[in-house]
Design a protein around this ligand. Sequence first.
Ligand SMILES: [Fe+2]
Ligand SMILES: [Fe+2]
Length: 193
Amino acid sequence: MLGLKLPTDPRWVNIAEKNIGEILIDHAYCEQKAASSCISLIIQYPEKEKLREVLMPVVSEEWAHFRMVIKELDKRGLALGKPRKDEYVLQLYEKARRGGSIEQQLGERLFMNALIEARSCERFRLLSQEISDESLREFYHELMVSEAGHYVNFIDLAKEYLPAEYVKKRWQEWLDIEAEIIANLDLRGDRVH
Ligand SMILES: [Fe+2]
Ligand SMILES: [Fe+2]
């Protein structure tokens, strides 16, 4: 899905459904981090108007998602609790290429964001299809569609600031990196990733 090279282990969604409270808490923080990451890109690249134009509405959407997840937690009487270590995102950051031009550095950030959106989208799709709670299925379907749009936003921004050939090549490298990270991560039903 969305170019990802390794589908999620089918066992994940069953374990996740059994730990849906933990998934929702982790998910809330995924949305918060998505919003924060877009804000930080906007303020780190104030000269890039297109980036700002594209990402300002994404900040609002991610924050709306955060609020939606909080509502689901409230419905279940679950507290948000503290953020957890996000091994998947940490490993992506470790693999980012250091150095290069300002645009290439920006590209690394955009590719990582695109991958996180794509993997979230893939897992939300599984939740929207496989779990028994009808309202949560709809909830995850709506989010899946939205995150797919964000994936496109990040890839389009990479194409805006970097040559098409570079984007094509580096994106393929990132897809391989991501697949390797997923292959080596423990299968956890209390994490979105
Ligand atoms: Fe989101
Ligand atoms: Fe998103």
